[in-house]
Design a protein around this ligand. Structure first.
Ligand code: NDP
Length: 263
């Protein structure tokens, strides 16, 4: 039986095992996908090998450490410097980032777009920024504090803090912060966010399973909105494709994995 797993901390809430095991069932594969809470990201490579895994996903907070531990990095992950998918090939661990292309698949209905504003400057913001730049969008980014902006400046992204951000028109505004996840906070002060949204067509929140204050405000301003469910789904579909060398029909993987979201 082929073994797969997700590593993270926390990881109890992850529905990746359900998504992948549903797809294994749908394709009659002799495979299993489990979850592993990992305190120390540096232990990931040894654990991957001890568990005899063929592939794995990596979630918060180990995506950057996993990037360092892999023997080879492929695709957009090189630019993001963080990975969420590992496959074992000829005894080497190969790292990929499927969050970035997964995000582009999730906003497919919004395309084509010319400009986007990313709110937040964490790992998810980096993946989304690189994905949007590959699609030739002009990307701006605003964050609560200055410290994390340098790596975005290095990518030629226009960066701002709350102190020097001036509202203007964007095609798409994306919340990549955790504001609204376990509180009632907006990701940007309302006096900056509302005039921005009044000149914006589309909004995306990476948070899923809840209507955040950000999405509520976007809806109030008549934007077309999406939450993070499809991004989660598509990063999983793309990871599955990597695990099985693109052998299976993408539409069928989507159909089977989608059942994980029916609660
Ligand atoms: P990080 O911890 O790397 O980054 C968090 C960012 O959010 C920082 O820029 C931080 O600002 C900002 N932030 C946090 N709290 C607030 C607040 N109250 N107001 C304004 N800004 C705030 O997080 P990740 O990038 O790893 O994850 C972010 C979110 O994305 C999580 O909610 C996660 O669940 C979700 N996610 C969703 C995925 C999906 O598939 N849908 C995939 C991956 C993640 P500062 O720098 O000032 O601290």
């Amino acid at each position: 039986m082929k073994q797969f797993a997700i590593f993270g901390n926390p990881v109890e809430h992850s529905i990746s095992p359900l998504m992948h095991n549903l797809a294994f069932q749908a394709f009659n594969l002799n495979a299993n996908y489990s979850k592993h809470k990992l305190e120390d990201g540096k232990a990931l490579k040894d654990l991957f090998n001890t568990l005899g895994l063929s592939g794995a996903n990596v979630t918060v907070p180990h995506k950057e450490v996993a990037y360092e531990l892999c023997d080879e990095i492929k695709g957009v992950a090189k630019k993001i410097q963080a990975i969420n998918t590992i496959i074992k090939q000829n005894d080497k661990l190969i790292g990929y980032n499927t969050d970035a292309p997964g995000f582009i698949m999730a906003i497919h209905d919004f395309l084509p777009l010319k400009s986007a504003l990313i709110i937040g400057a964490g790992g998810t913001a980096k993946a989304i920024a690189c994905a949007l730049m590959q699609e030739n969008l002009h990307v701006s980014l605003v964050n609560r504090s200055e410290a994390r902006l340098q790596s975005f400046k290095n990518l030629d992204i226009s960066t701002f803090t709350w102190d020097n951000f001036k509202p203007k028109a964007f095609d798409l505004v994306i919340n990549t912060t955790s504001a609204g996840l376990n509180d009632d906070l907006l990701p940007l002060p309302q006096d900056l966010l509302t005039p921005t949204l009044q000149n914006t067509k589309f909004a995306f929140d990476v948070i899923y399973h809840k209507i955040t204050p950000f999405i509520s405000l976007c809806k109030k301003n008549n934007l077309t909105c999406k939450d993070g469910k499809d991004m989660l789904l598509y990063q999983g579909v793309l990871a599955f494709n990597l695990f099985f060398e693109n052998k299976f029909n993408e539409k069928s993987i989507i159909t089977s994995m989608k059942q994980a979201f029916i609660s």
